[in-house]
Design a protein around this ligand. Structure first.
Ligand code: NAD
Length: 499
């Protein structure tokens, strides 16, 4: 990967100040790529390019069918480059190759979905004004220049959930990927150019949040800021955007409950499925998933059997470099994330949690790496709501266990969080499933499942998990202004004033 990773007005270039950053492979902590370390001046240049492209009308004025065709071409190019992109994502973010492939497939789906949606929604709707001499329509228009700031856990996916609807709606944009995992976003911007997006529509600045991200959030020529990341940064972005009264969309963290009723475990098959999915909910991508099922809330009568089996299986998860065959879980993304996880586990043990599995870095022989940021999948039993591990997002491979005796208690525990991104309920009782799902204050609720999402269904959070929605019709609406055009076909004086 070259260091010319800043893209403005159709050209690739270095950072204006010439600075660069090494991109580290989390499986061994060694640099494997170099990118431009942009700053506020690069953000300004990118916004200027996006502003000029928007104001020229080159993209907002492009017919919707052509915009949709471009999105479909991007989907085809993603499929063409699937292996390359999956490998990039695996080395950069530490995920397994298979996870990387799934991400690319989901991203291609999102581009196809927004292509279909923008065509299906048409130019707007005619409103019945109650008069033959009035023609009244409500139309959708692009918001303008969009700034997009994305995190390191799903770099390609998170950027695409913003870029696909923004481009479909006719906006121009500047994207700033996480400084830790910028590579797949660089590749995506190259694909957009290859697909024929006019110069200046898609702009990219690689660089840190406190400089590039902060400048984009406050920039007077930015009309909308869409941010995915942690709560603390999200609040800063909202504050920076407020004086300009920009539109702001925030996709923030989660502390997601996975509620298991005893009746889900009555058959062997039911028990096996619930344990298996609890494992997947908590440890996929080493728990670095905003919707990770990091809080297991299990009915007291099955707790011991459930946690014993879960811990047994957690200890068998094969850790290693994501690109190696048979590896099931990669490293954490950075040393900081590894140390943060260790600190949380230590705090839980000091507060009385019981370690059932993991709780340490693996032996180097287990991962064939002495310097990678690996941490064993960890199960902490006998947790309670006063513990930090229950209240705060860890973003590591740590599953906490709480128990309940009644349905009300289960719901109260599941809702006892400042977040509200996602949650699941496991039960064999269909009526209970619907009841509990209805009472959960989370943006996505799974019944007898965990993690699947659909591009046609909205994604986002209640509470401090965010503002706005991605995907689905609302995900397109975020990038649109709505305009009412009222046409009087027979204008006459109204004589409101007598003079
Ligand atoms: P982060 O908040 O540290 O960084 C996210 C992005 O914001 C990065 O690009 C960073 O450079 C930038 N940034 C940091 N400070 C900024 C500032 N002051 N102004 C502007 N930009 C700034 O988050 P992270 O550690 O990269 O990602 C993990 C977090 O993302 C977790 O909390 C996770 O739950 C959340 N997340 C949420 C979703 C969702 O859909 N809700 C999806 C993925 C990740």
């Amino acid at each position: 990967m070259t260091r010319t990773t800043i893209h403005t007005d159709g050209a690739w270039r270095d950072a204006l100040n010439g600075e660069t950053r090494d991109v580290l492979d989390p499986a061994d902590g060694r640099p494997f790529a170099v990118v431009a370390e942009g700053g506020a001046a690069d953000a300004d240049a990118a916004v200027a390019a996006a502003r000029a492209a928007f104001d020229s009308g080159v993209w907002p004025g492009t017919p919707v069918a052509e915009r949709a065709a471009l999105l479909r071409r991007v989907a085809e190019l993603l499929v063409r480059d699937r292996e390359e992109l999956a490998l990039l994502e695996s080395r950069d973010a530490g995920k397994t190759l298979e996870e990387g492939r799934v991400d690319v497939d989901c991203v291609a789906d999102a581009f196809r979905y927004f292509a279909d949606l923008v065509l299906a929604e048409g130019p707007g709707r005619v409103v019945d004004a109650g008069s033959d001499t009035v023609h009244s329509v409500v139309v959708h228009e692009p918001v303008g220049v969009c700034a997009m700031i994305t995190p390191w856990n799903y770099p390609l996916l998170q950027a695409s959930w913003k870029i696909a609807p923004a481009v479909a709606a006719g906006n121009t944009f500047v994207v700033k990927p996480s400084e830790i995992t910028p590579l797949s976003t660089v590749a995506l911007i190259a694909l957009l150019a290859e697909a024929g997006l006019p110069n200046g529509v898609a702009n990219l600045v690689t660089g840190p949040g406190h400089t590039v991200g902060a400048r984009l959030a406050e920039h007077p020529d930015v009309d909308l800021v869409s941010f995915t990341g942690g709560l603390t940064s999200g609040v800063k972005v909202a504050q920076a955007a407020a004086p300009g009264v920009k539109k702001v969309a925030l996709e923030l963290g989660g502390k997601n409950p996975n509620v298991v009723f005893a009746d889900a475990c009555e058959t062997e098959e039911g028990f096996d499925t619930a344990v298996d999915q609890a494992l997947n909910a908590a440890f996929m991508h080493s728990g670095q998933v905003c919707s990770a099922g990091s809080r297991l809330i299990v009915e007291e009568s099955v707790r011991e059997r459930f946690v014993a089996e879960l811990s047994r299986r957690a200890a068998r998860i094969k850790l290693g470099r994501g690109t190696e065959k048979d590896v099931e879980c990669g490293p954490l993304v950075s040393r900081a994330q590894l140390e943060r996880t260790e600190e949380y586990v230590a705090s839980a043990l000091a507060e009385g949690a019981v370690l059932r599995s993991g709780g340490r870095r693996p032996e180097p022989s287990a991962t064939r790496s002495a310097d990678g940021y690996f941490y064993e999948p960890t199960v902490l039993d006998r947790c309670n709501r006063r513990m930090r591990v229950i209240r705060e997002e860890i973003f590591g491979p740590v599953l906490t266990v709480e128990t309940f005796r009644t349905e009300d208690e289960a719901v109260a525990l599941a809702n006892d969080t400042e977040y509200g991104l996602a949650g699941a309920v496991w039960t064999a009782d269909a009526a209970r499933a619907r009841r509990v799902a209805g009472r959960l204050r989370h943006g996505t609720v799974w019944i007898n499942d965990f993690h699947p999402y659909l591009p046609q269904a909205e994604w986002g959070g209640f509470g401090k998990s965010g503002v706005g929605r991605e995907l689905g019709p609302s995900g397109l609406a975020e990038y649109r202004e709505t305009k009412h055009v009222y046409q009087n076909l027979a204008p006459r004086p109204v004589r409101w004033f007598s003079g």
